[in-house]
Design a protein around this ligand. Structure first.
Ligand code: FE2
Ligand code: FE2
Length: 243
């Protein structure tokens, strides 16, 4: 396995490792390094991937410069090696929504995490990261996304998850592949709030969508969010009808 690095927006690096056996056609695990004066890592990868991911980070910046360790929600692919990163980056802190800290991270992190309020911004020096709570979207109570305001990049985590080892950036449709992956994995908590939460993200008018699994895009980002919300709403209605 190797980790591919691509700069998908100014100072926003996508670190991508494809695991061939994880899904038909392969499945990518992506981390994003936002390079400001205080660099931020979004997702750490699982512990087994720490050597690959940390070496990839070191090709961009010295690992000890990492200031913030962040992720969408508490699962091993999102944050399995957060303590390994805390160990190699002495100034680093985990930052997450207050709920995630209370439920899991106050206990799991080797150093106390920084608790963020919904909408709170961390100034990275040259980049600005807004924390947005999205409880249960796409899954987990403590779920959230990050919005980098200067490049308008939505770090959308498991939203738009799709299989395959596609390009770092695609102009193609990512909604159809995300719907197909949902029908395969059933990973999303499909509830009455799912569509409304995703539609709220569209109002940010992102210029870049950066999913954790699959290709990023700079094309029709708000429309893609609205179409994903519509697709999930339909799935919820279908499920209600079949009950
Ligand atoms: Fe997840
Ligand atoms: Fe994930």
């Amino acid at each position: 396995m190797q980790t591919q690095i691509d700069e998908i927006a100014d100072g926003v690096y996508r670190l991508s490792t494809c695991v061939r056996e994880a899904a038909p056609g392969g499945f990518t695990f992506n981390q994003f390094l936002i390079n400001g004066d205080d660099p931020l890592l979004f997702h750490t990868g699982p512990r087994a991937m720490f050597p690959l991911v940390s070496q990839a980070v070191a090709r961009i910046i010295p690992r000890e410069r990492i200031r913030w360790i962040t992720f969408g929600h508490v699962e091993s692919d999102e944050c399995g090696s957060m303590n390994e990163f805390l160990a190699v980056a002495p100034r680093a802190e985990v930052a997450h929504g207050a709920l995630g800290c209370m439920v899991s991270l106050d206990d799991l992190c080797d150093r106390p995490p920084r608790k963020l309020a919904d909408g709170e911004v961390i100034d990275l020096g040259g980049k600005r990261i807004r924390h947005i709570d999205t409880p249960h979207v796409p899954h987990n109570w403590e779920a959230r996304v990050l919005f980098e305001e200067t490049t308008k990049t939505l770090l959308c985590g498991d939203l738009f998850t799709h299989t395959g080892d596609g390009p770092a950036l695609t102009d193609g449709d990512i909604v159809g592949p995300a719907v197909a992956a949902e029908e395969f994995f059933h990973a999303t908590a499909l509830t009455v709030v799912t569509a409304a939460t995703i539609r709220r993200l569209a109002t940010l008018q992102p210029q870049v969508l950066a999913p954790m699994h699959g290709s990023s895009t700079r094309t029709r980002c708000s429309d893609a969010l609205l179409e994903l919300a519509d697709a999930y709403e339909l799935m919820v209605k279908r499920r209600e009808r079949s009950e």
